[in-house]
Structure formats: C-alpha cells, structure tokens
Write a protein that binds this ligand. Structure first.
Ligand code: DGJ
Length: 755
C-alpha cells in the first residue's frame, strides 16, 4: 500500500548567533510504502529536497517525520542557508546528487553543456498507478524493454516521484513498486533531458539508501570460475566497501546481490536487508560508512567507464533494483526474493511448469561426438526415464575444439551426419525432446563470419584484440550484427523440432569500442551491449515461446535477475561436484529460487575437482535445482545407471515442493563445511522434503540433531525414513536425527502431515 500525506509541523532550531531557539514550520509531503512486514518512507521538504526517512520493520504510525530530526539539524535549509554544505553532507537523501556538497556516494552525476558535473534535483510532484510500468530504453533503431518486475493490474502499486534540476532541465522520475502480499519493493528511475542542450549521464544508480547506523554486516557473493557466489560476511567499517563487475557481465567473481544485516542475524533471527539488481552487465554496490557512523548504500550500473548522452527530449532507463527487508532473519529475506522472482520476474511457458529431465553431452563427450554417439546416449537415456537430450558445444561450423566457428551457426554435417532434422527426429522417436547449445554473442577469429566482418568484433582500432578461449565478442550494440546472428539461429530452430536452448557466453569484454559509435559516446557501449543481448533474448522468447531457454556463462557468470526475465533457469556452475555445489547452491539460494538453478548429476571422479562421491549424493544435491544429467550414460558404472530411474522418480515426486515451496537452510555450510542440511516446505505446510549431506563422517556419537523449520508446529508429521510421527514443534524445536556413516553421504527425507 502506498499513502501520501501532507504534514505540517512546528519546530525550533538553535540559532547560535542569536543565542536562542528560533521557531519555524515545515510542510512536507510524506510518502509511505507499506508491505506486510516493512515500511519505507520518503519526505519531500518545502525546499524540494527529497529525504529518506525510514526503511525497516513495519510501523503503521502515520507520521514518521520526526525521524528527520529537522529541529536538531542545525542546517535545515528552510531556516539556514549559510551552511548548506553541512546540510548536504549529513542529511539522508533519497536520490543523492553529486556536486552540491554531499560528498558521500551519489546516485546521480550529470555532465552539463559546460562540462560541469553538478546537479541539484528538487521535488516537483508525484503520481500513483496500479499498473506496473515497463522500463523502456529507446535507441536509434529499436526500443529495448529492460528486464524488470511485472504484475497484473491491481496486484501492485507504483509511486512515481518527479525531481528536476533547474540548470540542465534534467528530470528524474523515481519509481517504487510494492506487490500484493510481498515484502519486496522494486525501485528504478527514468532520467529525461527536458533542457535544450545535450547532457551526459555519468552515474545513475538504481537504488540509494541512507541508514542511521553502521552496525551492520556486509554480505557479498564472490568467487571465480567453478566457484561462484561464495558468501563472504564482514562487519561494516569506515570508508567504502564495494562489490562490482567491469567485465561486461555480472561475472563469476561477484554477483549483483548484496545483503546488509544486523550483526546477530542468522537464518532465523535478526534483521536483513537484501538488494538485488535486475541487470546483467557492469554493476556496482557500495556501502559507505560516513563521518557520523551512518551508512549510505548505492547500487546500480557501474559508473566506471560509463556515460550516456542524453539529447534534449531523450530519456535513460535506469535498471530496476529489488529490495527486501526481513526482521525474521536471512532465511525469510531469501524466501521473499524467491517468491518475487518466481512470480514477478520469471515469465513464459515454463514459469510454473516442471522442466524436463535432461541429459547434456558436454561432460560426456566434450567436442568429440557425432550423430551416432548422441543417439546412443539418447537410446540409453530414454530407457531410464530421461526426457530430453541437449546437444552442447561443437555441432556447428567446423568446430572440433574451442578454437573456431563461433558465428557460423550452420550444422557441421561431418559430425551431425544426415543433418540436424534427422538427428532430432531420431531423438524424438525415442520419446525424448531435443535441445541445443548456442553462444550467440561470440565470434571466432577462425570463422566465416569474422572473415566477412572483422569489424563486428568489439575492438579498439590500432590495438591487438585480446583473445579469451580463442574468441572475440560481437558488437551487440549493432542491430545488423544481432540480426545476422538471429537469422542464423532461426534457420536452425525452424529446421528441426528444438524444444530447449542453452545460451552460453564464455568470455568477458575487452578493448571496448564500437565502430558505430562516435568517439565521445564510446562509454555507452558496455550498456548498449547488454541492451543488445536483452533485445535478442526478447525476440527469441517471443518468437519461440515453447522453447525452454537456459542461460549460462562459462558456468554461472551471468546468474542474475536480468537473465531470469528471459530464461526461467540458469546454469549454476561448471563445477558439478556434489560437495563443491553445496556452497555454490547455498550462496545462489540467498536470493535466487531453486527453480532457477541449473544442477546436474555428473560422472566421477568429478571433472573439475577430481573427487568421487556416491551417485545418490550427487542426485540429492542436484534435486535442489532443475535436475538433469551431464555424463555419458552408456559408460558410467552399471550400478549408477541402474539407480537413475529411481532418482528420476524421486525428482518427479519432490520437484513440485522444490520448485514452488519455501526453502529453509538449516546449516551454515560457509561456517561449518563438514555438513549441510536444508528443507523445502510446501506453501500449505502439508509436506516437506529434508536433505542432509554429511561431507565428513565423525567417530562415535556421530548422529546429529538438526532443527527443522517452516513446519506447522501444531501438526503431526510422519516421515518416509523411519515412519515415526512427531509434531512440527518437536521437529523444529528439538530436531530430527540424522545418522549418516561415512564421507559424502546424503539423505533425503519426505515429511507429510499426518491426518
Ligand atoms: C561453458 C558451459 O558452462 C558448459 O556447460 C559448456 O556448455 C561449455 N561452455 C561449452 O563450451
């Protein structure tokens, strides 16, 4: 719910020259966003400054203006202009500007026609709508809709606050959306040039937030290839702590999701604020502890190497950020994110549908496959209950290793003998669907495409191009480049019954410069590139609504909410080892739902870490995600092969709860990596699945008591392990006994409410 109130109050301030208190009145407009568990308040002062008043635990008090402490602040603009600098550098601002005395992190920085970079945004008005507005970026040759939350009419409310800068004519429209029944709040902005001269946006953040304290822990998700989204937590300290990407994608190394929590916060208790950027390119998130031990937080497109020219009349769409507050710990914050992503970000036919159990040939064959090999895998897989064969990298051009053919999206008939249609028909005849891999953003130096269009690779004239995995990045800011790739993809998709696409992206951007942009607009390329990717994924998902799209980037380097707008699932990591996956999946689950996490059972010794784990454990860990196989089913041990039908049956039985239910992490794998446990509870609390993984066995008294969560305390639950019946209260307050022997062992237990 959003309310707007005009508040007029008497204050007094101490006038040190007069040596007495001077009375004054302030009339402000107070905007209050109320969600089931949180309140967010903003005030527009008479002077036009838009101040941040409160974000946190829900309070239904109508007047939170006292939190601004206007009388206490000696530099309230209404009554004291003589030291505006101090007012600017200490006041909590809603969308802080650069250049007028606020030296903390700013939300917006704009270069005017004289080269000045100061801007002064003041309140002009507001409106409220119950239709969620789309975020659209108009480009020269098309309009791109940015990924953002959506909602049915009447199921959300959006507040738009308008601010304007008199000297440039720049207007900022700040958008805030609340959703029925959700504790998530979406924020974005649209910056429009209503002046008569060009301006350059140098920084435009999606969210800014001033906290009254610095007593928080800062949580980020860091890693590298095959080790994505490993949680790191530390108390805030003076100065700035930030996480970012300048690689052109959200990256393996960091993720556009951060949390600020109370020091005592854990899964079940304490305060947690989560901030998630709905964007897939360069980003930054910074928490700055200021001189008075308060905290300013900002998040948005990374302003490093960024600028955007705004001609008179033009507008810039600032990507959306999602914020969630929980006073019931990190777990509750995660569940709110899972719900809002599942309901308001993920779209398309597979939004609420079970995904087919797939087998992907990457770890089975790498580049070494042909039609017969793929059919032999499919024949075996179909008998075991696997529902889809995915042909990974290596089927096109003359690619037989990673050194060629990206950009040549025609079938290599030396490998796919008889053509793709014939292969797909054979797979379909086995009762299986067929999926295919593309890496549409890339170009190999050894490709017909590069020989014909060397300028299509992103490059800086006069410099050698940096190769990574022997490939270059296509200039996706250019529509003709996207069109060419898309028409090649269409030819493939229209030629055979393809029901799934894995869209991969295996390198980061370097020598960023486009032959299509003038010198003084090259800093737009990073963002234009991402818009180009969005444009193509949008066309693809519109034209082929029945195809299940899975995004991927060298594993999980583009696991972000921007990508989830197009694909309901993303490949989580190239590390398929069940034990490594515990941290990767736990980190990912902090805000992304299990329904989105690409997870497969692979062969052992694991190709990334060389570890051997039981087949059952690999299955139990992959159950937390989309589930599938990444192995040569014709060559794995017979015992493992024989276990597949039962594993799939288990997946089918439990996936509805995993896909739609509530996740409770029961162990902190980041603090104690010898054990892990989690559970998913159906929304009606009627059933739950519980999984425990014992990484390392223990001598003597080895069983563990694990406190369950999310159950109905008064209900009685039976389980399929020992058929005992216990109340939810006993299972949650006292615990459930996990008695596993040995290393890398796992157990999945089904709890059902007894009648
Ligand atoms: C990286 C992906 O993460 C892998 O699953 C695989 O598709 C390779 N790329 C293929 O090149």
């Amino acid at each position: 719910m959003i309310t707007v109130k005009s508040i007029k109050k008497e204050y007094s301030k101490w006038d040190w020259q007069a040596g007495k208190h001077v009375p004054f009145t302030e009339e402000m407009t107070m905007f209050t966003l109320t969600t089931p568990g949180s309140t967010y308040a903003i005030a527009a002062l008479e002077s036009g400054y838009l101040c941040h008043v409160w974000y946190g635990r829900r309070t239904d008090d109508e007047d939170l203006s006292y939190l601004l402490r206007l009388g206490e602040n000696p530099y309230t603009p209404k009554v004291n202009q003589r030291d505006m600098g101090t007012f600017m550098d200490t006041t909590p601002f809603e969308y802080p500007v650069f250049g007028t005395g606020d030296y903390r992190e700013s939300a917006v920085r704009i270069c005017d026609k004289n080269g000045g970079t100061s801007v002064d945004l003041r309140y002009k008005g507001y409106d409220i709508t119950d239709e969620k507005p789309a975020l659209e970026q108009k480009l020269e040759d098309c309009t791109v809709t940015l990924p953002s939350t959506f909602a049915d009419k009447g199921k959300s409310q959006t507040l738009r606050i308008y601010l304007a800068d008199a000297h440039t004519g720049v207007e900022a429209e700040l958008r805030y959306t609340v959703f029925e029944g959700s504790d998530a709040i979406a924020r974005s902005a649209v910056i429009t040039n209503r002046g008569d001269a060009d301006v350059d946006i140098l920084r435009a953040m999606s969210a800014a937030m001033d906290f009254d304290s610095a007593e928080y822990d800062w949580h980020t998700f860091n890693g590298s290839w095959a080790r994505e989204r490993i949680l790191e937590r530390s108390p805030l300290h003076h100065g700035k702590q930030s996480v970012d990407s300048i690689k052109g994608e959200s990256s393996h190394q960091s993720n556009p999701f951060v949390m600020l929590t109370s020091h005592n916060a854990d899964e079940r208790t304490g305060e947690a604020y989560g901030f998630l950027l709905v964007y897939s390119g360069n980003f930054t998130a910074t928490a700055e502890v200021t001189q008075h031990k308060r905290t300013r937080f900002v998040m948005g497109i990374n302003d490093m190497d960024f600028s955007w020219r705004l001609a008179p009349g033009a507008a810039f769409a600032v990507p959306e950020a999602l914020m969630v507050y929980s006073d019931r710990g990190i777990g509750q914050m995660s569940r709110t994110f899972h719900d809002v992503i599942r309901e308001h970000i993920i779209r398309g036919e597979y939004k609420d549908k079970p995904r087919p159990v797939l087998i992907n040939n990457w770890e089975a064959t790498y580049f070494n496959f042909d039609t017969e090999k793929l059919v032999s895998i499919a024949e075996q897989a179909s008998k075991l209950g696997i529902e889809m064969l995915v042909m990974d990298d290596g089927w096109f051009g003359h690619r037989s290793s990673d050194n060629s053919s990206l950009g040549d999206w025609y079938v290599n008939e030396d490998k796919i003998k008889g053509g793709l249609k014939a292969l797909v028909e054979r797979v379909n005849a086995l009762g299986m669907k067929f999926g295919i891999w593309f890496e549409p953003e890339m170009i190999s130096p050894d490709s017909d495409l590069y020989r014909a269009h060397p300028d299509w690779a992103i490059q800086t004239p006069g410099m050698p191009l940096t190769q990574s995995r022997e490939q270059y990045v296509l200039d996706y800011s250019r529509k003709e480049v996207r069109d060419c790739i898309y028409s090649q993809m269409r030819a493939i998709l229209d030629n055979a019954n393809i029901e799934y696409i894995k869209w991969d992206m295996n390198r980061q951007l370097t020598e960023v410069c486009s032959s299509k942009l003038p010198a003084d607009r090259q800093r737009e390329l990073w963002h234009r590139y991402v818009l180009g990717v969005y444009d193509l994924q949008d066309r693809l998902t519109r034209d082929y609504p029945h195809i299940l799209l899975e995004n991927c980037s060298g594993g999980g380097a583009r696991f972000d909410a921007g990508m989830l707008y197009y694909s309901p699932q993303i490949w989580c990591s190239d590390d398929t080892d069940a034990i490594e996956r515990l941290k990767i999946q736990a980190g990912t689950s902090m805000c992304y739902p299990a329904s989105a996490m690409g997870a497969h059972v692979s062969d052992c010794p694991n190709h990334t870490v060389g570890r051997t784990t039981p087949f059952a454990t690999r299955g139990d860990v992959a159950l937390v995600g989309t589930f599938g196989y990444e192995l040569d089913v014709t060559r794995i041990p017979e015992e493992d092969r024989n276990a597949i039908p039962a594993q799939i049956e288990k997946f089918k039985k439990f996936n509805p709860i995993v896909r739609t239910g509530d996740l409770y992490r029961l162990w902190d794998i980041f603090a104690d990596n010898t054990f892990d446990a989690w559970m998913f509870v159906s929304k009606d609390k009627g059933e739950a699945i519980f999984t425990a993984v014992q990484v390392l066995g223990r001598p003597n008294c080895h069983s563990r008591l694990v406190r369950l969560d999310g159950l109905d305390p008064a209900a009685r639950y039976t389980n399929d392990l020992n058929s005992e019946v216990h109340t939810g209260a006993a299972l949650m307050n006292c615990g459930f006994i996990v008695d596993l022997q040995g290393d890398f062992r796992s157990q999945t237990v089904h709890f059902v409410k007894a009648e």
